[in-house]
Design a protein around this ligand. Structure first.
Ligand code: GLA
Length: 750
């Protein structure tokens, strides 16, 4: 049983396979957070927080004679407002008289089988029937505001989800000025914070630092989860490594402006508050109305960062992603963007498709530029009608020609945007987010549509339904190429403008829900100038997301390493592109580019006609190799073998199948050395007592003369070692030299 209420102790205990989460009601019916961590069973933990009279930490009026009990000291499950807890708060609620206050008291609870759903918001699902849900209802007696705290307990997956719903049960209109999704108090312990920062074309770089005795914030005010601060935070024990140590993950299921704050308080308690960013946010709650704060996915393990990542990988694949593509074999694709940019016509696309089909590529994706007046990025967005100058006769003749090659056809769209120079903007200038009296701030010469408007969502539903219903389209790349400014909606009254940014996200989710339901056989890939909206909210609709506009294989090693902390390989869009690379000017061997792209969904983004015969043959081999190891790569467990912040010479990672029957080890040399030190790897994830044979060891792109030791290292091929030998003693790979060679070693249980 995942959820238990002990009526005598008045505790709620949530149990997953290896974690326990406990809350308790105190003498004033307040809900205190008692524990989240490795499994401990049922015991009542309230005694862990003995009264302590801290100066300047106030007491509830009823506790004035028991000064040791302060809301400012006790671990809270979801804070009130302005009533004695000075630490990070979850909520600011204002009454009609201007007063801001709330204090929660337990009212009731219910436990149900299955997973709760959230109206209008993406949330984890329970298609595999393992979850239980708990709802604890708290009430504030002055405002009559009710707080529903929702918990989804996924026993096997070792995951707990949380969400909060605020319901106005009173007779006055309330105004929420902050409404976080959750608060998690860790009363004891000293933690490092790990987060994933970046910029366009360099997303999700991992950074780890000890928490200060202060507030640290990971957030975005861009109206998108952003390239800059991914909505995912890990707290781990200061000594935690990939293989050991207590780690917690907090992952909001939200794609708009978000905020996760972490505070260390006067007692050393660490509080995490996560949810929608409250800057410029407000939400009006008329009597009877409810506001739902997005879901957050919590994970905990005492087995280090790899185990935490694998928990998220499994959960996202099984319980966040939906539909037939969760586990289905996805096509190896070729995208024409870096091959042609805007300069193409049907014949040019078919030429790319022909060569790709001959080499084994399974789908052609037509990127930006096929619609409206779109010959560069200054015009045309919003006019989702085929540009017949480029594609005479429309899409169908082109799709027929691509299909005739045995390939599927996919297409790019950027529905949430509008160019000033477009028929849509000329007809509906009020559909864009713009501030009254101000010339709008421009970005890529485009404006953001007000997705909070029903007419905008209806228009896009109609246009995209027309596109997908009347053409044999197997895949959609859904882009979003600027962040939100001038946030002002022409359809909201003055006192509701604080709702515009979140209403935008609700509109996007509604549109995606309609389209993915209507077209279940279309594979949707998300994109926002690469990974500008790479989050669990989007993964509920997009089984894969274009990881970054940086296609340089060596830069990708860092981006994909950071991304791998929260997100599975099967979600990371990754392509082999041309060299010199268009973003960095770097030249890497074609095979090494493939090794990097194979740590993602794998595809190509260049004109294969421009390759030499030898290179074209390599492409064929790469696809065959990927095909052979598809299950292992996409469905296997992912192990990081190096940390780019520590190991500068090479990057290495490993795929191991769940049954520990086979593994693919990958290494890319990023900095060749003179008089080089050995390339020695300790494998991970194997069964210690099982025997494994090194089946193959492929060296790619080692153009310079390999250094001494190559022959010797190759002697390991065909030999049998125990799992513990490969993990404890390790394996020394051949010495590599030159610019960015790589190695793939395949090892199988005998
Ligand atoms: C974004 C995407 C690219 C490409 C262009 C097209 O930058 O990330 O992959 O689709 O838009 O304009």
């Amino acid at each position: 049983m995942g959820i238990q209420f002990d009526a005598a102790a008045r505790t709620f205990t949530l149990s997953t396979r290896s974690t326990t989460y406990q809350m308790g009601l105190d003498h004033l019916d307040r809900l205190l957070h008692l524990y989240y961590g490795p499994a401990i069973g049922q015991g009542d933990l309230a005694a862990m927080y003995p009264p302590a009279d801290r100066g300047f930490s106030p007491n509830h009026n009823a506790d004035r004679e028991r000064r040791g009990i302060s809301p400012d000291v006790l671990p809270q499950e979801y804070t009130g407002c302005n009533t004695g807890d000075f630490r990070l708060s979850c909520l600011v609620v204002r009454e009609e008289n201007g007063a801001a206050g709330a204090e929660w008291r337990y009212a009731s609870h219910s436990i149900q089988k299955g997973k709760y759903a959230l109206t209008g918001l993406p949330a984890a699902h329970d298609e595999e029937n393992e979850a239980e849900s708990l709802c604890i209802r708290m009430e504030d007696s002055v405002t009559d505001l009710a707080l529903e705290l929702w918990y989804g307990v996924f026993e096997r997956q070792d995951i707990i989800t949380r969400a909060a719903r605020l319901v106005n049960g009173g007779s006055q209109t309330l105004r929420l000025e902050k409404a976080a999704s959750m608060c998690l108090d860790l009363p004891f312990g000293r933690w490092d914070i790990i987060h994933f920062h970046g910029r366009h074309a360099m997303e999700r770089r991992m950074e780890r630092t000890p928490l200060m005795n202060a507030i640290q914030t990971v957030s975005s005010t861009r109206g998108a989860s952003s390239h800059h601060h991914n909505p995912f935070v890990i707290l781990c024990d200061r000594k935690a490594t990939e293989e050991h140590g207590l780690c917690y993950g907090v992952m909001p299921v939200y794609s708009g402006s978000h905020r996760t704050d972490v505070e260390v308080d006067q007692n050393g308690l660490t509080r995490i508050v996560s949810g929608i960013h409250d800057e410029r946010f407000s939400w009006q709650l008329a009597p009877g109305e409810a506001f739902t704060a997005p879901e957050v996915i919590l994970a905990c393990t005492e087995n280090g960062l790899t185990a935490l990542s694998q928990q998220y990988h499994r959960f996202i694949r099984h319980n966040v992603c939906r539909g037939e593509f969760r586990f289905a074999r996805r096509p190896v694709l070729i995208n024409n963007w870096e091959a042609t940019y805007f300069d193409f016509d049907s014949d040019a696309i078919v030429r790319i498709a022909e060569k790709a089909a001959a080499l084994g590529v399974e789908m052609l994706v037509l990127d930006d530029g096929w619609f409206g007046k779109r010959n560069d990025d200054n015009s045309g967005l919003g006019d989702w009608f085929v540009n017949e100058k480029k594609l005479p006769g429309g899409l169908s003749p082109l799709i027929d020609r691509v299909n005739a090659l045995g390939m599927k056809f996919g297409i790019w769209v950027e529905p949430e945007m509008v160019s000033e120079d477009s028929d849509l903007y000329r007809a509906h200038p009020d559909w864009a987010l713009t501030l009254p009296g101000r010339a709008p701030v421009m970005s890529r010469n485009q404006l953001v549509l007000d997705m909070g408007r029903d007419d905008v969502v209806d228009y896009l539903t109609e246009r995209l339904t027309d596109l997908l219903a009347n053409n044999n389209i197997a895949y959609v790349k859904w882009d979003m190429n600027r962040n939100m400014t001038d946030v002002y909606s022409r359809v909201l009254p003055a006192d509701r403008q604080g709702e515009a940014a979140h209403r935008y996200m609700l509109g996007v989710y509604k549109l995606l829900e309609t389209l993915t339901t209507r077209f279940p056989h279309v594979l949707f890939e998300g994109c926002a100038g690469g990974g500008g909206r790479f989050d669990a909210g989007m993964l509920a609709y997009f089984t894969q997301i274009w990881c970054s506009d940086d296609t340089d294989a060596i830069e990708r090693l860092v981006i994909q390493h950071g991304t791998s902390f929260g997100y599975p390989v099967s979600s990371m869009g990754a392509h082999v592109s041309a060299c010199p690379n268009h973003q960095t000017g770097r030249t890497t061997p074609l095979w090494t580019r493939a090794v990097a792209a194979m740590a993602g969904t794998f595809g190509y983004e260049l004109d294969l006609n421009k390759l030499s015969d030898e290179e074209a043959a390599q492409v064929k081999e790469q696809i065959a190799f990927f095909d052979k190891h598809y299950q292992l790569i996409q469905n296997g467990l992912y192990y990081r073998l190096t940390d780019p912040t520590e190991e500068e010479r090479y990057a290495a990672w490993q795929f191991v199948d769940e049954e520990q029957g086979e593994t693919l080890v990958n290494l890319v040399l990023t900095h060749p050395e003179a008089n080089a030190r050995p390339l020695h790897l300790w494998l991970r994830g194997l069964a210690p007592d099982a025997l494994y044979r090194v089946e193959s060891l492929d060296i790619h792109g080692c153009h310079a003369a390999p250094q001494a030791g190559l022959d010797l290292a190759m002697e390991g091929v065909g030999k049998v070692y125990s799992g513990s030998t490969l993990m404890r003693a390790g394996y020394t790979l051949p010495q590599l030299a030159g610019d960015y060679p790589s190695v793939q070693m395949y090892v199988k249980r005998v």
